[in-house]
Design a protein around this ligand. Structure first.
Ligand code: M6R
Length: 616
């Protein structure tokens, strides 16, 4: 979604802002803009529809905008079409206030009317212009300073926002306000930064403050002060980010997605070892550091996974594995549905919210709903300091590092590990798994990074196959059990980055309707890694093939009989049946990637999509 950057320091602001915006491009956007001020002069605003390149051309790479203080923005349209007029920054009626915004002001229509009645006029269709004018209105009506005006605005608006604002009468300062949309403040040597996400400023500083919900900040070149809604100062720790700037660069790879696919062995290994006692395989899994020792884990009598998109697929896999290893009833819900339904939940339910970004609006709302219903919550989150990480009772951090490509790969794999760990720990705590069985499963988990590495070695064959099929308009993914969930994730990857229509079907369901779509040459990817289900799924594969479908089989080494049925077969190493998706997903990610390469589309920033979905 939208990206915000800000700078105050001795250097020229605009090139730094443009650079920061470039690093936030992965969030998705359709227009961009800058507001820069030189000393006490009025901010100069430049906006452009389309790619950042256009804004850079308009400002000569930022050189044409003098001044050491500024804010910048990439917009992902919600209210009003993508256009120069709707792009941020927005300016209040008499240019006293200029601001950028990420999020949605839900009651903006009502506020717009109210301000029109007070003499305000508008040049854009955005909710942001309304918010900026509301700040201006309170500033003048109550003759207060920026913090009070912002606080009054925050009390009056409904919705979500991260706001960065400059006030004409307060040179040398940028103000910020936050509710539910992320915003961080970076502290450098005699310079300060604002950003929606760490990668925007990682090459300039690794010391950041995470703004809390309903907090404001006054940022000056020499530091920042945080305030609550009452205007009282809020102390806040400075966090040192462990990733280095290279973690957020493409390096030798053509796309972030491919780099991140190759980072999966590392992401899996780092995540796994962070939950092993002393980092040692022999010492076993230990969740007491996150407040979930065995005595606590055995108190729960059900588990509810809530998430969106790929993270929801992880929840589905968590359901299969947890039910089997821990013998506990598990439900999995789409966060966007859970929050609007009255799902009966047992009081001793552990609600697990899975989110890479930790900022997905629906997942965050579901977390709050679960807390309001008195459930204990566990966040499985990649971004440290994110809203879901901060608001969950317990947190399992996945150590995937920054994930830039919109299509998730390494964070998905790391989330799977967190679910496996939770399942083994719960299984042991509930007496469903003996210590011996738990340690055997842990040993198998420790072998996964090497096996993922091996799965990546087959990429040339997959590229050949994917290129051959890149002209296809449809693809079907079929499988049973965990293979079916792998299909759902593989199909989502295919849709989101290569724009090929695809559907995932439980193999046994195909003949209840969908098989009518199979005709000569239809591509069907059949995932068959579960040995118990192999013969059943093989029958479904044959049904497809006898109707002319072109069959790609995906199975484990050893199941060579599939060669007799499928037109093309990909193998993954064998592992415990609970963990097969960690391996079968690799060829499916590669397949989607290479189809997208062959089609020449923008892989890291697919059309219409955003990395972090901070609106409902
Ligand atoms: O940041 P989150 O894990 O909460 O994001 C959830 C989904 O938006 C995300 O998994 C999305 O489906 C991915 N783009 C899929 O690749």
């Amino acid at each position: 979604m939208c990206g915000i950057v800000g700078y105050l320091g001795p250097k020229q602001a605009a090139p730094i802002l443009l650079d920061g915006l470039r690093r936030l491009e992965y969030r998705g956007y359709d227009s961009a803009g800058l507001a820069v001020r030189d000393g006490a002069g009025d901010p100069v605003v430049v906006r452009a529809k389309g790619r950042l390149r256009i804004l850079a051309e308009k400002t000569n790479g930022g050189d044409a905008l003098p001044g050491n203080i500024g804010i910048g923005h990439t917009r992902w349209a919600t209210h009003g079409e993508p256009s120069e007029a709707n792009a941020h920054p927005h300016i209040s009626l008499d240019a006293s206030v200029v601001g950028v915004h990420n999020g949605i002001i839900e009651n903006y229509q009502e506020l717009r009317e109210k301000l029109i009645n007070n003499g305000y006029t508008y040049y854009s269709q955005t909710d942001t212009e309304v918010a900026v004018n509301l700040v201006d209105y309170y500033l003048k009506k109550y003759k207060v300073g920026p913090i009070d005006a912002l606080a009054k605005t925050m009390v009056r608006v409904r919705g979500t926002y991260a706001l960065a604002v400059m006030f004409r009468d307060f040179p040398g300062e940028i103000y910020a306000a936050r509710k539910d949309s992320p915003l961080i403040i970076g502290q450098g040597e005699n310079e300060m930064f604002l950003a929606s996400d760490v990668p925007a400023i990682l090459d300039r500083t690794r010391d950041v403050y995470y703004m809390g919900n309903l907090e404001m900040a006054r940022v000056r070149q020499d530091g920042v002060t945080f305030f609550d809604l009452n205007g009282d100062a809020v102390p806040k720790p400075l966090t040192h980010i462990e990733w280095d700037a290279a973690a957020a660069e493409k390096g030798e790879f053509e796309h972030f997605m491919m780099k991140e696919i190759h980072e999966q062995p590392r992401a899996v290994s780092d995540t796994l070892h962070s939950f092993l006692r002393g980092g040692q395989e022999e010492a076993g899994i230990d969740l007491s550091d996150i407040g979930l020792p065995d005595e606590r884990l055995k108190e729960f009598d059900s588990v509810l996974f809530v998430a969106c998109g790929s993270a929801y697929h992880v929840g589905m896999i968590g359901q299969y594995v947890l039910e089997d290893l821990a013998g506990i009833p598990v439900r999995v819900e789409l966060a966007s549905e859970f929050r609007y339904r009255n799902l009966p939940v047992l009081p001793k339910t552990l609600c697990v919210v899975i989110s890479q970004s930790g900022e997905t609006a629906d997942s965050l709302a579901a977390l709050r709903e679960a807390k309001a219903r008195g459930l204990t919550t566990l966040g499985i989150v990649n971004v440290i300091g994110s809203s879901i990480a901060r608001e969950s009772d317990h947190v399992m951090h996945t150590l995937a590092g920054p994930e830039i490509a919109v299509a998730t790969t390494k964070a998905f794999s790391a989330q799977l590990i967190a679910c496996y760990i939770l399942s083994i720990a719960m299984g042991r705590a509930r007496g469903n798994l003996t210590d011996g069985a738990a340690s055997q499963l842990t040993k198998e988990l420790c072998a996964l990074p090497g096996k993922i590495e091996r799965s990546l070695e087959d990429k040339e064959r997959i590229q050949w196959f994917a290129t051959k099929f890149s002209g296809h308009r449809d693809a079907f993914f079929i499988g049973r059990g965990l293979d079916y969930v792998a299909c759902m994730e593989g199909s989502l990857k295919m849709k989101e980055i290569s724009y090929v229509h695809s559907e995932a079907y439980a193999a046994g369901e195909l003949k209840h309707g969908t098989i009518s779509l199979i005709e000569e040459g239809t591509l069907v990817v059949c995932v068959m890694t579960q040995s118990e289900l192999f013969p059943k799924t093989l029958s479904n594969a044959m049904e497809v093939q006898s109707r002319g479908g072109y069959l790609m089989g995906l199975t484990s080494y050893g199941n060579y009989s599939l060669e007799d049925t499928a037109d093309f077969v990909v193998y993954t190493p064998k592992t415990d049946p609970h963990f097969t998706v960690s391996l079968s997903i690799i060829p499916l990610q590669l397949m989607a990637y290479y189809v997208a390469v062959a089609k020449g589309v923008d892989i890291d920033k697919p059309r219409n999509l955003a990395k972090s979905v901070t609106v409902e």
